[in-house]
Design a protein around this ligand. Structure first.
Ligand code: 3HC
Length: 659
């Protein structure tokens, strides 16, 4: 013990001090106090210290801005070392002296499990709580599935554990997950409670009974949670484990939970989801931005209030920005405003406006038909028609209106932002912000870094995307950037497969069975076929490259996709149906080239389509367009429906190569 401070160090990450006769144990493993081996060891040692006579109760708290952000995920690729987290939670729960968790910040995963094993939980309003293990392909491994239902009941636990949903402090209090919220120093409050609880016998979560429900109620809850699990092993196991807490003695439930946790921890799916977790953090590290601060942004202009622009404006308003939306005419502006108001209302109804009501969010948006309204904007995002001349003309006009330091962002999917930048007098402020539709929902934003974009502009664009709740991935300039360039390669290969003998039905079914949200032809139909058709018509074709012209025939026949009810599929009452007309067009294309169709297996479909993605991904890395393979994985998972549990195309290929 340090004789001056009175602080006793139990391990590198755990220390304690006496506050009166209460032992305050501080967990300190920056940045999020993840539970590492040293923390487990230190906590056990601190509990041993607490056995001394001069300690009447124990307060456990986190240093800095987190309680505990979960078990240390970096340890998950190595064998488990003792003491294990269940040993620590068991020691906390069985402590003869009351243990109080003082929570100020996140209590996640193993962190929440520590708190659940304490005898009381006191928290601040900014705290949040979750068992997010399923997002990492695992289940809680230190009592979460058994203690949570004992505290909050089956309905809440079946809502929280299989989804990993985060609850704020107020909801946690309502659920009984925390006992008390304070707006003062949480440790002082916990010490006061601890002092008062001197001599009281601890209320052990594990000793509580799960509140009884009627059998039908339980069955309904289990059925609903099972349906939401979409067949993934981790959430399915979470449902079963939580359900079993109502019937099994604690020790049996804990043993089953641990066995499931260990099995899932070693699964390829969990390894892939860990890769995604670290990929998201790696994407935030952008070369050349070390020490570069983002500028403050308060007002965002959006030009073009079609589907994309309205989605962007909605996301910006929900994030708290002042939004100025501009359209070509007063009618178009008011139609845009109505669309935005509708999107905001829907977001508010489903609880996605951060607690603000729809009217408050909508009041952040003004719309009109005069670009002059953008004079005060810090950032203007254009979302007008994807045509070079239209966008260049708009940038030229904006150049004379916005502040000289305002950022100009283009939402183009395919155009060259370097050429667009030529239209403005100080092009270093031009950047690409490629949103995905619907922009208020889709998490991915490709941040297109031009060679001439100033680092401060890039840092600001990334910061804005983050505040919008998006996952920004930086890409260099090329046709289609990372995502659409890979998607073009995917489309090409899908069309080759068609000609070789597959059908839109077999191809979509194979990719959906592989975990894609939608197969490629369903996606083409949803996006509409005419934009790619127009691009093909204006792009010269290399005669040496195999070309499939079925898509052109579809467009000539007016089969533009789902919105007209006909594309690669027929769309009847929201259902996809195979189209004889399309089958005939495919057969004609084969016949014209003398191709005899052959059976194409689902395995071949998956191998060739993911192979096409990987080959294009490697080219993007070689050209320096993508900074790292994991960025490509994030783009394909968050923009194109690649199953996260397979880690993205680059990760999956690497695992496949390892065997
Ligand atoms: N283990 C190891 N490192 C972690 C971590 C964890 N549980 N949580 C966060 N980190 C690291 C990140 O990798 C990042 O490192 P970097 O700076 O080197 O890139 C750093 O902490 C900061 O993380 P973020 O950039 O994500 O910071 P934010 O402030 O945006 O978010 C957070 C903080 C909300 C804690 C978020 O990081 C998060 O959600 N973490 C994961 C939580 C989680 O899944 N916990 C469950 C783990 S599994 C478990 O507990 C099993 C148990 O049941 C036995």
């Amino acid at each position: 013990m340090n004789p001056v401070t009175g602080v006793r160090r139990h391990s590198e990450t755990v220390s304690s001090r006496l506050d009166g006769d209460v032992l305050v144990v501080v967990l300190d493993n920056p940045p999020v106090n993840a539970v590492s081996h040293s923390m487990r060891e230190g906590l056990l040692a601190a509990l041993t210290t607490a056995g001394r006579d001069d300690v009447v109760a124990i307060v456990v708290t986190g240093a800095g801005t987190a309680f505990v952000g979960g078990a240390d995920i970096r340890e998950f690729d190595a064998p488990i070392t003792t003491p294990t987290l269940p040993e620590v939670t068991a020691a906390l729960e069985s402590s003869a002296k009351p243990v109080i968790a003082a929570i100020d910040g996140v209590a996640l995963g193993g962190g929440l499990e520590l708190a659940l094993a304490c005898h009381r939980r006191i928290a601040t309003a900014r705290s949040s709580f979750a068992l997010p293990e399923v997002k990492l392909g695992i289940v809680p491994g230190a009592g979460g599935t058994q203690r949570l239902p004992r505290l909050v009941g089956l309905a809440a636990a079946l809502d929280l554990v299989p989804t990993g949903r985060t609850v704020g402090a107020d909801e946690a209090l309502r659920l009984g997950l925390v006992d008390e919220l304070v707006d003062t120093d949480v440790v002082a409050a916990a010490v006061a409670v601890a002092t008062r609880s001197r001599g009281l016998s601890p209320r052990r979560t594990g000793a509580l009974a799960v509140p009884k429900l009627r059998a039908e109620e339980t069955a309904d809850l289990v059925a609903a949670a099972t349906a939401k699990a979409k067949g993934r092993p981790a959430p399915l196991s979470a449902v079963l484990l939580v359900r079993s807490a109502a019937d099994l003695p604690l020790a049996t439930g804990l043993a089953e939970e641990r066995a499931t946790f260990l099995a899932l921890r070693a699964s390829p799916e969990a390894a892939a989801l860990r890769h995604v977790f670290f990929a998201e953090r790696a994407a935030a590290r952008v070369a050349g931005l070390e020490g570069v601060a983002a500028r403050p942004v308060a007002t965002i202009g959006v030009v073009g209030l079609g589907l994309m622009g309205s989605g962007i404006a909605t996301a910006a308003a929900i994030a708290g920005y002042s939004v100025v939306g501009v359209e070509q005419s007063a009618e178009a502006a008011s139609a845009g405003e109505m669309r935005i108001a509708d999107l905001i209302a829907r977001a508010a109804r489903s609880g996605r406006t951060g607690g603000a009501d729809a009217a408050t969010v909508a009041a952040r948006v003004v719309t009109g038909d005069d670009l002059a309204a953008l004079a005060g904007a810090d950032l203007v995002i254009e979302a007008v028609i994807d045509d070079h001349d239209a966008k260049a003309a708009l940038f030229g006009r904006l150049d004379g209106i916005v502040r000289p330091d305002a950022i100009l962002a283009t939402n183009t999917s395919y155009l060259d932002p370097d050429r667009l930048a030529e239209a403005v007098s100080n092009p270093e402020r031009v950047i690409g912000l490629h949103f995905f539709s619907p922009a208020h929902v889709m998490r991915l934003v490709e941040v297109v870094r031009r060679a001439g974009t100033a680092p401060e502009i890039l840092a600001t664009a990334i910061a804005v995307a983050r505040r919008l709740g998006k996952l920004p991935v930086v890409t260099g300039v090329c046709e289609g950037f990372i995502g659409n360039r890979i998607f073009s390669a995917y489309r090409r290969e899908a069309e080759y497969l068609l000609e070789d003998g597959a059908s839109p039905q077999t191809i979509d079914a194979a990719m959906e069975a592989h975990g894609f949200a939608m197969g490629p032809f369903a996606v083409f139909d949803l996006a509409g076929l005419e934009i790619a058709w127009a691009r093909r018509k204006r792009t010269p074709r290399d005669p040496a490259v195999r070309h499939v012209d079925v898509a052109d025939r579809l467009c000539e026949a007016g089969r533009f996709g789902a919105k007209v009810g006909r594309g690669w599929w027929d769309h009847v009452d929201g259902r996809r149906v195979a189209s004889p007309e399309v089958a005939a067009l495919i057969a004609a294309s084969r016949a014209a080239k003398g191709i005899v169709p052959r059976p194409v297996t689902a395995d071949e479909i998956v191998a060739r389509l993911t192979g096409a993605m990987v080959a294009e991904g490697r080219a993007l890395l070689a050209e320096g367009i993508a900074a790292r393979a994991s960025d490509i994985d994030l783009v394909m998972i968050n923009g194109y429906g690649f199953p996260a549990y397979r880690g993205g195309p680059m990760w999956a290929a690497e695992q496949g190569a390892r065997g």
